[in-house]
Design a protein around this ligand. Structure first.
Ligand SMILES: Nc1ncnc2c1ncn2[C@@H]1O[C@H](COP(=O)(O)OP(=O)(O)OP(=O)(O)O)[C@@H](O)[C@H]1O
Ligand SMILES: [Mg+2]
Length: 260
């Protein structure tokens, strides 16, 4: 089964306005792939579309993962297939604690048709142990397990919790939208370390890292870099492309694209 994520000529509109104008992109299993691009180029739109956010309308195109066009699946089915999105702006869920949220998410993945959910649920002791280990690794205080998800969390705390979710769910294709924004340098290193550890444990995993700064890529080393501009991939390369963008900014590419 093909575990690459293959996006073909994807067109997406938001409230009648076309944002993605034919995106072609392959995120190969076992690689870290960065998408860079200026503000408003459509990076989050791509991430939300891949996860099935109802506000984004796919007008044409496909996205294949593990033998299925995921654009035809419900968000929970995509999640069960191994896709995960760490949000740029994580939402708060008052009344649901971090621990309960994570346990529910894990159990939803473990559920099997025709089986009693109690039978497939993760044993409590195992869950607690895993949670404790991952929180320690990500430098998250134990008290966060009992707090309501993202309620009153600082920007950096929210991002760490996103990575905690990722570490607990062990996705096979992880999409991280601007995971670096709002993080101070120490938090950035911890989060990057969390991602790297997960990737080392699951070298077959694909990671799509969305960022507009090269800074994060010093810590999470991409194999491939693609540049999204005005709803299209305009350039692909290796890690050196991120460095070139850092040095020259996006304007030189804009001019190149305009004159092409
Ligand atoms: N609900 C909406 N209504 C109207 N326009 C929208 C809506 N959502 C997104 N857009 C527009 O789509 C474009 C792409 O937005 P998107 O969030 O995908 O950009 P981005 O590349 O993630 O930017 P950033 O780097 O700032 O996160 C923007 O021009 C934005 O204003
Ligand atoms: Mg964005």
């Amino acid at each position: 089964m093909n575990s690459d994520l293959v996006i073909k000529d994807l067109h997406v509109s938001v409230e009648e306005k076309e944002i993605l104008k034919g995106v072609n992109l392959t995120v190969r299993a076992g690689t870290i792939h960065a998408i860079m691009g200026p503000n408003g180029s459509g990076k989050s739109t791509l991430a939300y579309t891949l996860m099935g956010h109802p506000g984004y309308t796919v007008t044409s195109g496909e996205a294949w993962y593990r033998g299925q066009n995921i654009l035809e699946l419900e968000p929970d089915e995509r999640s069960k297939l191994g896709l995960f999105l760490a949000f740029q702006y994580p939402v708060a869920i008052p009344g649901v604690t971090v621990a309960n949220f994570l346990r529910a998410a894990i159990n939803a993945h473990r559920a099997e048709e025709g089986k009693d959910p109690k039978e497939t649920a993760i044993p409590m002791a195992q869950f607690r142990k895993q949670l404790r280990e991952q929180m320690t690794a990500l430098g998250i205080d134990e008290s966060f397990a009992r707090r309501y998800l993202n309620e009153g969390f600082s920007g950096g705390e929210k991002k760490r919790i996103e990575i905690l979710q990722m570490a607990m769910l062990e996705p096979s294709m992880a999409i991280m939208d601007e995971t670096d924004s709002g993080l101070d340098i120490d938090a950035l290193k911890i989060v990057a370390q969390g991602v790297n550890t997960l990737y080392e444990r699951h070298p077959e995993m694909g990671v799509l890292v969305i960022t507009h700064y090269q800074r994060l890529l010093n810590y999470i080393k991409p194999h491939f870099v693609s540049v999204l501009m005005d709803g299209r991939i305009v350039r692909e390369g290796g890690p050196e492309l991120a460095l070139e963008l850092e040095e020259k900014g996006y304007d030189f590419l804009r001019e190149e694209v305009a004159s092409a």
